[in-house]
Design a protein around this ligand. Structure first.
Ligand SMILES: Nc1ncnc2c1ncn2[C@@H]1O[C@H](COP(=O)(O)OP(=O)(O)OP(=O)(O)O)[C@@H](O)[C@H]1O
Ligand SMILES: [Mg+2]
Length: 248
C-alpha cells in the first residue's frame, strides 16, 4: 500500500529538507518509487538538494494550484545515477511573483490535498514525502490529516523542545496514525541513547533515530544528498534505520 509521510518541525532550520531528501534517496535505493513535494510555498528550497536551481524550475506546484495543470505534469524526475528506484520532485516556484501571490491570496488547501492523493495513483508511488513549511498553518494541518506517518524533526534545543510538544499535541488530536520523532544535529558530546530515551519519555512518542551533527553534512551545505554522496557513512545508516521504520 502506498504511504504519505509528512516531515515537519515547529521551528525552522531543524533539518526537514535534508531528512526528506535523504529518506527519499534511501527508499529509492531499495527500489521504491518515491514522490517528494515541497509544500513550503513561502520559502521553497528542497529542489537545491536534488540538483535543480530555482531558475531551472519551469513547472511547479504553483502551476497545479493556480494555473490548472495536473499535478503529475509538474513532477520532475530527479532520480540520482545508479539508484534502482525513482524519485519524482514536485517543487515550489521560486519566482518572486508566484511567492508573493501565495502570501497575498493564499490558495485552495483542499486542492492541494486532492493533488497529493492523485499523485500516488498517477505516478504509482510507493511513498510520498511532504516537506513542509515550519510551524502550524492550514496546509500543515491538512497534510497531517492525510498522512499515515508524521515525522517531527527537532534539534536538542530548548526552543525546539517546546515547539515539538505543541506539534505532538496537535498531531495526537488530529489522530495521525503514526508519529515518529527524529532528533537532528545532536552535539557529539551528548549521549545518543540518553537523548532518545529522554525525548521519547517527554513526548510519549517513539524516537526513530538521533542524528548527530556531521561536519560532512555541513560541508555538503545542501549541494547534494548526503546518503548518495556518502553511502557508507554512519549517518546514512541512521537514515536507513528511519526509512525501515517508515516501511513497517
Ligand atoms: N545532522 C546535521 N549535521 C550538520 N548539519 C546539518 C545536519 N542536518 C541539517 N544540517 C544543516 O542544517 C541546515 C538546515 O537544514 P535543512 O534545510 O534541511 O532544514 P529545514 O528544517 O528544511 O529548514 P527550513 O525550516 O528553513 O525549511 C542546512 O545547512 C543543513 O546542511
Ligand atoms: Mg526546508
Amino acid at each position: 500500500m502506498s504511504k504519505i509521510i509528512s516531515v515537519h518541525s515547529f521551528r525552522g532550520g531543524t533539518g526537514k529538507s535534508n531528512t526528506t531528501a535523504n529518506l527519499a534517496a534511501v527508499l529509492a535505493m531499495h527500489g521504491q518509487r518515491v514522490g517528494v513535494i515541497d509544500t513550503d510555498i513561502q520559502s521553497p528550497g528542497i529542489h537545491i538538494l536534488f540538483g535543480l536551481r530555482g531558475d531551472e524550475i519551469n513547472t511547479s506546484l504553483n502551476d497545479y494550484l493556480w494555473h490548472g495543470k495536473e499535478i503529475q505534469e509538474v513532477a520532475h524526475d530527479v532520480t540520482p545515477a545508479n539508484v534502482a528506484g525513482k524519485i519524482f520532485l514536485i517543487p515550489s516556484s521560486t519566482k518572486p511573483g508566484e511567492i508573493t501571490r501565495v502570501l497575498r491570496e493564499g490558495y485552495d488547501a483542499q486542492r492541494l490535498t486532492r493533488g497529493l492523493r492523485q499523485l500516488l495513483d498517477a505516478l504509482q508511488l510507493d511513498t510520498l514525502i511532504i516537506d513542509t513549511h515550519p510551524g502550524l498553518n492550514e496546509e500543515t494541518l491538512l497534510s497531517l490529516v492525510i498522512s499515515h506517518t508524521l515525522v517531527i524533526v527537532m534539534r536538542p534545543d530548548q526552543q525546539d523542545y517546546e515547539g515539538t510538544g505543541i506539534t505532538v499535541q496537535v498531531a495526537k488530536e488530529l489522530q495521525v496514525p503514526r508519529l515518529l520523532l527524529v532528533v537532528n544535529n545532536m552535539p557529539l558530546v551528548f549521549d545518543a541513547n540518553a537523548v532518545a530515551e529522554q525525548v521519547a519519555k517527554t513526548y510519549d512518542c517513539p524516537v526513530a533515530a538521533v542524528l548527530p551533527h556531521s561536519e560532512e553534512m555541513m560541508n555538503l551545505a545542501s549541494a547534494g544528498i548526503f546518503a548518495v554522496r556518502y553511502p557508507d557513512h554512519p549517518l546514512t545508516a541512521l537514515y536507513q534505520k528511519i526509512a525501515a521504520q517508515l516501511n513497517t
